[in-house]
Each structure stands twice: as C-alpha cells, then as structure tokens.
Write a protein of this length. Structure first.
Length: 253
C-alpha cells in the first residue's frame, strides 16, 4: 500500500522504499532498488523540476541512466558471496582516505569476498600520496638501524592506481582503482583526465582469455552537469573497441 504521509500524518508507520513511502508490512516484501532518477520524470514523460531549456539534453541522459538502473538486479550480500562469477567489482565513495580508509579496509576484510576491482572516489589523495611509503626505523645493537616499509593506503592482495587531484582542491576530489593480484593491469593514460567537471582513471585488465577496460569517473557537485556529459561522451569515444568497458563512479546528479 502506497500512501501520502502528508495526509495521514503518521510517517513513523511507513518507510521510504524505492522513492515511495510504503507501510512497514509491505516493505518487508518489497525488493529494494537504487534509482535516484526515478522521481525526476512525471507520469506524462515530462519533468517539471527542470525549467531551463538548456537542460533538455542532460535530462535525456538522466532518463537513460534511470532506465539502466531500473534494469539492474538487487542482490543481498550473502547472495553475492555465493555466486560463482569470476569478475566482481565494487565502487565506494570513500569521502576521504585520511578519515575513512581504515574503517573501509576493515569492512572489506569482514566481507570475506575477493573483488576483482575496487573503485574509490573522493579519496582526497593525489598520485604521490596514494603511493606513499613510510619507512620505520628499529634501533638494534651497535647503533644499527633496520628499516622496513609500509605502503600507506594498501589493501592486501591488490595493486593500486591513483589519479591526480584537481589542482588546489583538498576535498571532494581524487579517484583510484585497486586491481586484484590475480589480474595484470596497465594504466590507460589516454582515458585519465582531471578537469573542473570530470575526473577519470582507467586501466586495461588482462583476464587471460580476454581484456576489459575498467575505470572510475567522478563529477564534483561543483562541476557543470552539461559540460560533464560532454566530456564523458568524448571520453567514451576513445574507449577501446576490441574489449568491454566497465565504468564505476559518482556523477552527483
């Protein structure tokens, strides 16, 4: 049963599920899905929330994104863990490596699920700090100092690739990819870019029998949506034609 909580005044008896308030009883039987674009289009196919004619092209792209998300299947974690797919990917907006990388690593370890690719956005870390190695000294006899190194943002069993941050920006920037050591990966510099509207990082993953173009794309909320889509379209036009492409990311629409 779908109701208007404004008319009932009993919001506590209902939960938000798939962009609608439904009763808690029905919510238990409802299959959850993620589609933030679903409520942007009215029942007549027009969107009343956008008043600028210049946004029409962007809205068409949003409708396409909505259609893609509607076709996606929802899986609980235990179902994902039991599936035999040999190439699983994960995307996460980490909102700052400095604050959240340790907790993310713990959550990842507790999942006990080996992802082939882990893509992160808003790392707030550039390529230099992403590859930062800390050398620790241990004092021993006869003033001998032994050193060992710790890779700062390391995930065991993965090789990482960090992109550059947007110049002069300390927050809301930075993307990276972690590729499982089961696969060989090479950076595709032609598809790596940083502008005020888009940040992208792509690698070619060799799966043995085939290759796949894997990347992460981020648009800051301060970036222009129309310019972002133009730049993303140009980026996609350079995708390798002889392999599949997988895009992870946060577009902030």
């Amino acid at each position: 049963a779908v109701v208007s909580t404004q008319s009932t005044g009993r919001e506590s008896d209902f939960v938000l599920c798939n962009n609608a308030h439904i009763c808690t009883c029905c919510a238990k039987r409802e299959t959850m899905s993620y589609n933030p674009f679903r409520d942007l289009e009215g029942p007549d196919g027009h969107n009343d929330k956008f008043y600028s004619e210049d946004f029409v092209e962007t809205f068409d792209s949003i409708k396409k994104a909505s259609k893609i998300l509607e076709s996606c299947s929802y899986h609980k974690f235990n179902e994902m863990a039991s599936k035999s797919a040999n190439f699983k990917t994960l995307f996460h907006n980490i909102d700052g490596n400095c604050s959240n990388f340790d907790s993310f690593s713990v959550d990842l370890h507790n999942q006990a699920l080996a992802y082939s690719v882990i893509a992160l956005a808003e790392t707030n870390v550039d390529k230099e700090k992403g590859n930062l190695v800390i050398k620790l000294g241990i004092f021993a006899v006869e003033n001998l100092i032994l050193f060992y190194s710790i890779l700062f943002y390391r995930i065991g069993g993965y090789t990482h690739f960090y992109g550059e941050k947007f110049p002069g920006k300390s927050k809301g920037t930075g993307v990276c990819l972690y590729i499982h050591n089961e696969f060989n990966a090479t950076l595709n510099e032609k598809l790596c870019t940083v502008t005020k509207n888009i940040e992208s990082l792509f690698v070619t993953v060799n799966r043995g029998e085939s290759k796949v173009n894997v990347g992460v794309v981020y648009r800051s909320p301060n970036g222009d949506p129309a310019e972002f889509l133009t730049e993303l379209t140009h980026l996609a036009s350079n995708f390798p034609k002889n392999m599949k492409s997988i895009i992870h990311g946060d577009f902030n629409f």
